[in-house]
Design a protein around this ligand. Structure first.
Ligand code: E4P
Length: 217
């Protein structure tokens, strides 16, 4: 399962990217707004850190298909490997169908049901982004949704990939890997939580303390 980072914060991206395990950066309008920068500047700054080969997801704001397609073409100018995020709605599906025919990579975002994912796939979306954590937040079964979409895509031989979004903790990430999700987009804090374990820290502290007792030269 590929790991993307779900942030537009350049310090977080730089640090996570240095691990060598991050293959994409996802943003949404809320994530961009948090940084207090113009959208174009935020994407260009991210691009300068991650280079040409890393996917950067940029979301359209327009709500009508023609305007979404036009905006997508503007966003594409910002980086070599942009994935256009389009919100799940009637106009969004129209826009994805048109962009797919042009060979433009898209991600249908704000996906909360298998039926939405099926339409995104049939429209030719490269990715669909089910929001795991937000489904859990309303007391429904986020991981169940991921399993349902995976099973449906497998049965249908869909080429649309699941980029599981709204991930909140390391258990989400393990659940996604076991479900066979193609990608998890993960906040910086959760990537760091995946690295840390109290027994690892205690073990390393003890190793270093014991090392002081090893005769040197
Ligand atoms: C992905 O890009 C989504 O926009 C994001 O993961 C949403 O996460 P949240 O539910 O924590 O805001």
């Amino acid at each position: 399962m590929k790991i993307f980072i779900d942030t537009a914060n350049v310090d977080e991206i730089r640090d996570a990217y240095s691990l060598g395990i991050v293959e994409g950066v996802t943003t949404n309008p809320s994530i961009i707004a948090r940084e207090g920068k113009k959208f174009e500047d935020a994407i260009k700054e991210i691009a300068a850190i991650v280079g040409d080969e890393t996917y950067i997801f940029g979301e359209v704001i327009a709500l009508e298909a023609d305007a979404m397609v036009k905006e997508a073409h503007e966003i594409l100018k910002l980086h070599k490997n942009i994935i256009i995020k389009i919100p799940m709605c009637k106009e969004g599906i129209k826009a994805v169908s048109r962009l797919s025919k042009e060979g433009i990579k898209t991600c249908v975002t704000l996906c909360f049901s298998a039926s939405q994912a099926l339409l995104a796939s049939n429209a030719g979306a490269t990715y669909v982004a089910p929001f795991l954590g937000r489904v859990d937040d309303i007391g429904w079964d986020g991981m169940g949704l991921i399993h349902e979409i995976m099973e449906m895509f497998d049965m249908q031989g869909s080429t649309t990939q699941i980029v599981a979004a709204s991930t909140r903790n390391p258990l989400h990430i393990i659940g996604l890997a076991k479900a066979g999700a193609h990608v998890a987009t993960i906040p910086y804090k959760v990537i760091m939580q995946m690295i840390d374990h109290p027994l690892t820290k205690n073990g390393l502290d003890k190793f270093l303390k014991d090392w002081e007792n090893v005769p040197k030269a």
